[in-house]
Design a protein around this ligand. Structure first.
Ligand code: AMP
Ligand code: ZN
Length: 116
């Protein structure tokens, strides 16, 4: 996708604070962190959002999910972290290239749901 900001980051046309890269996946720190640890995990393949995920993407998404705890641990979130996938305009998604927010490093994190 020519004008997608995360595709540009994946192509190194825009700099990022990269914490992980392989042939399919990139992780980099969020430019506007909501907590001490806040990075984004993206597929290099452009997928607009979780709504657009198809069966052919299953192994890629599985790889992203299993990578999330490994990277979170490396970033210092041994006791856990929050994974957020904003999906679509009503889900608060602003950048339409699928991404997982991995957030941690303090006790109360944004987006927490507390029953009762
Ligand atoms: P979302 O609302 O889920 O689409 O979140 C988009 C996220 O991308 C926000 O948390 C932004 O702070 C972050 N962001 C936007 N531009 C950049 C960038 N150039 N590098 C790193 N993170 C970015
Ligand atoms: Zn993209």
């Amino acid at each position: 996708m020519e004008n997608c900001i995360f595709c540009k980051i994946a192509r190194k046309e825009i700099p990022s604070n990269k914490i992980y890269e392989d042939k399919d996946i990139l992780a980099f720190n969020d430019i506007n962190p909501a907590a001490p640890v806040h990075f984004l995990l993206i597929p290099k393949l452009h997928i607009d959002s979780l709504i657009d995920v198809q069966d052919i993407h299953q192994s890629l998404l599985g790889k992203m999910l299993s990578l999330a705890p490994q990277l979170a641990k490396e970033q210092g979130c041994e006791n856990g972290f929050r994974t957020i996938i904003n999906t679509g305009p009503a889900g608060g998604q602003e950048i339409f290239h699928l991404h997982f927010h991995i957030i941690g490093g303090r006790e109360r994190l944004p987006g927490m749901i507390h029953p009762g």
